[in-house]
Design a protein around this ligand. Structure first.
Ligand code: UDP
Length: 238
């Protein structure tokens, strides 16, 4: 059972859309700041924090390719969008006095550090929040897969997937009143039932490395810290 209250190192994955507030697009600085405070409260517990932020609030490769762009070009644009989000989060965390590093899978030395595993581990040991940007650096992947990959590489104990709802449901709770939340569900059930927790390659990568995924609501104030302390509602995929 991965349910525990003494995490040493975790991965927080949020979508780009989590940063756009009610705007429907882009970045909403007060929302970025609110999430930074959630991260701060966990940082204060002494937990080492990795972060991956998506790019969907700015650009998604699939959308671009549906509109006639070449898929790989569109995917690189999506990866660049994640760098913008990472910089926004870095700024908000540093305004709170937290040391951070943005580590990019695509080299852009003026903006972010290149990804060097041992160096990233060292940052974590020094309690710097590491924000992994530019996804995996490869088209045809998602930031969910990037989060799972980096979580494995950094030996995180779990992936915390912050969403709009407090876990994984058997059907969309926004559409169905009788939707039921799972306390616990297996990786295979998530894949078989196509429960949209993360894309299938991310789920498979987590399953094969026995890395639990904890799905929780990012809208709940104090929720991230609460779950690390063993409180609140969430779903654990393990
Ligand atoms: N992307 C990619 N490779 C990666 C990660 C991301 O090509 O390893 C691109 C892809 O086009 C994706 C976009 O970046 O649509 C934004 O990432 P994602 O859709 O995962 O963001 P989220 O939905 O979490 O905001």
């Amino acid at each position: 059972d991965a349910r525990k209250t003494t995490y040493k190192r975790v991965m927080l994955k949020i979508s780009g859309e989590a940063l756009m507030g009610d705007q429907g697009f882009g970045l909403h600085p007060p929302t970025v700041e609110r999430i930074a405070r959630e991260v701060q409260s966990v940082h204060e517990m002494g937990v080492e924090i990795c972060m991956v932020i998506g790019g969907g609030n700015i650009f998604r490769g699939l959308q671009g390719s549906a509109q006639g762009m070449e898929r790989t070009t569109a995917d690189y644009m999506g990866m660049l969008a994640t760098v913008m989000n990472a910089l926004a989060m870095q700024g908000a965390l540093e305004a709170l006095g937290i040391h951070t590093r943005v580590i990019s899978a695509i080299t852009m030395n003026e903006v972010a550090e290149p990804y060097i595993r041992r160096r990233a581990v060292r940052h974590l040991e020094k309690k710097r929040v590491c924000i992994f940007a530019a996804g995996t650096g490869n088209p045809y992947f998602t930031t969910d897969t990037a989060a799972t990959l980096r979580a494995n590489e950094m030996s995180c104990e779990a992936i915390f997937k912050g969403t709009k709802v407090d876990g994984v449901y058997d059907k969309d709770p926004a559409k169905f009143d009788d939707a039921v939340r799972y306390d616990r569900i297996s990786f295979d059930d998530v894949l078989q039932k196509r429960l949209g927790v993360m894309d299938a390659s991310a789920i498979a990568l987590a399953r094969d490395n026995e890395l639990p995924i904890i799905v929780f609501s990012l809208d709940e104030p104090g929720g991230f810290k609460g779950i690390l302390a063993g409180e609140g509602t969430y779903t654990i995929v393990e």
